[in-house]
Design a protein around this ligand. Structure first.
Ligand code: DHB
Ligand code: FE
Length: 287
């Protein structure tokens, strides 16, 4: 990080900076991409273009609108906002399609802010956070098990989420590198326990091209508060998912369309009133 960035605070996050970071991470990431056949490219790219042609005909799109589209597409690229835009508006259908036959815990979108290799905290640990980390303390634990209910020791639970202002470390300035990001390894009983704080709702950066189309259409830019998770165990299919909070704002109007009724937590106050606690068990399908 540059010295200049170090002097900024998280509320100085700008779409172009967040987008550039998300684009850089995506480029560095190991892609699942197998070679795609010419037949498949022709079928999928051809159908996507045909769908666009239908929209143009159906809505009598003008040259002014066509030029506005070109200008907007150029801007999304210049600000590095493709990961943000695609993960908000498209990824949920990919997730639904890819996982439609998989058993076990429901998945949800990964989003643009996953960073691999977060600090491992064992079976029970506190996510890296600032001394004065704002937000309600949250104890979140559970068991990772296979579909027949056998607990899975040595499973990995990766957890990452926004802070109490709705910002993610490594994508908003001024936050410690691994703030509110960590990995757990389940113990002999398949159990893990994470100590963290409740995240706030997340607003898509709204000063860039993605924000411009949201504003121009009169939509809102919010996602409900959520935890991101990746749960993996040898011999099982990895689950990428999110968990939400009962009664949370925007649960029914998530801009990323990524909520599911099975993924809603209902934390309760801890006996000593020091925060809230909740359990959630993950079930992994065999690979
Ligand atoms: C985006 C951000 C998120 O935190 C998320 O879960 C999904 C999408 C985004 O800004 O694109
Ligand atoms: Fe998120």
């Amino acid at each position: 990080m540059t010295t200049e960035t170090d002097q900024l605070s998280e509320t100085d996050a700008r779409a172009a900076v967040t987008g550039a970071d998300a684009t850089r991470y995506f480029k560095e990431k190991e892609k699942s991409g197998a070679a795609v056949s010419q037949e498949r490219v022709s079928a999928v790219a051809g159908a996507a273009l045909a769908a666009l042609h239908d929209v143009i005909r159906e809505h009598d799109v003008t040259y002014a609108e066509y030029d506005a589209l070109k200008a907007w597409l150029i801007q999304v690229g210049e600000d590095g906002e493709w990961p943000l835009f695609l993960d908000v508006f498209v990824e949920h259908v990919v997730e639904e399609t890819v996982n439609k036959e998989r058993g076990g815990t429901k998945g949800s979108i990964e989003g643009p802010f996953y960073v691999p290799n977060s600090p491992n905290l064992g079976a029970d640990g506190t996510l890296p956070q600032r001394d004065d980390e704002p937000g309600t303390p949250l104890d979140f634990g559970g068991v990772v098990q296979s579909e027949d209910g056998t607990p899975l020791p040595g499973a990995t639970v990766e957890l990452w989420h926004a802070d109490d202002l709705g910002f993610y470390s490594q994508f908003a300035p001024g936050l410690p590198e691994w703030n509110l990001r960590g990995s757990f390894t389940t113990g002999e009983d398949g159990h893990f326990m994470a100590h963290t704080v409740q995240p706030a709702p997340y607003q898509i950066p709204h000063d860039g091209a993605t924000g411009a189309i949201i504003a121009a259409a009169g939509w809102h830019a919010w996602r409900p508060a959520h935890l991101h998770l990746k749960v993996a165990a040898p011999g099982h299919q990895t689950i990428t998912t999110q968990l939400y909070f009962e009664g949370g704002e925007y649960l029914d109007s998530d801009i990323a369309s990524a909520t599911k009724p099975e993924l809603i937590l209902a934390p309760t106050p801890k006996a000593d009133d020091s925060g809230v606690e909740v359990t959630y068990d993950f079930t992994l399908a065999k690979a």
